[in-house]
Design a protein around this ligand. Structure first.
Ligand code: AMP
Length: 112
């Protein structure tokens, strides 16, 4: 499958890993938008948030548990933002479900 993040999961494209287990991979974003910016993805190919179903959604809960654990390990006590972009209007550029975790600066709201 021609999917950038599947290739990162397979180790065919290098990444700076933050965390890995049998279900998920977390790695630093190549173009960070904040002092701390990493992505958490399911290893299973789910194309976007719009493709989450009752059958495949268990990994999403696990991803949020991993993010909570990493926020402690990385000392993000000041706060962080979790973002997932869905589709063209939201600016989704990679067709594999991913959650951005942004931290290390004050983040404006509402987002642009
Ligand atoms: P989105 O635009 O929400 O689909 O997010 C995709 C993210 O993937 C962007 O923030 C990119 O900077 C990031 N990205 C693209 N290629 C890589 C890569 N090889 N390693 C790490 N992050 C990447």
């Amino acid at each position: 499958m021609d999917c950038l993040f599947c290739k990162i999961v397979a180790g065919e494209i290098p990444s700076k890993k933050v965390y890995e287990d049998d279900q998920v991979l977390a790695f630093y974003d190549i173009a960070p938008e904040a002092p701390v910016h990493f992505l958490v993805i399911p290893k299973e190919h789910i194309p976007s948030p719009a493709a989450i179903t009752e059958e495949n959604s268990k990994v999403v809960a696990h991803i949020f548990a991993v993010i909570a654990q990493l926020s402690k390990e990385l000392h993000l006590e000041q706060g962080y933002r979790v973002v997932t972009n869905c589709g063209q209007d939201a600016g989704q550029s990679v067709g594999h479900l991913h959650f951005h975790v942004l931290a290390g600066r004050s983040l404006a709201w509402p987002p642009g």
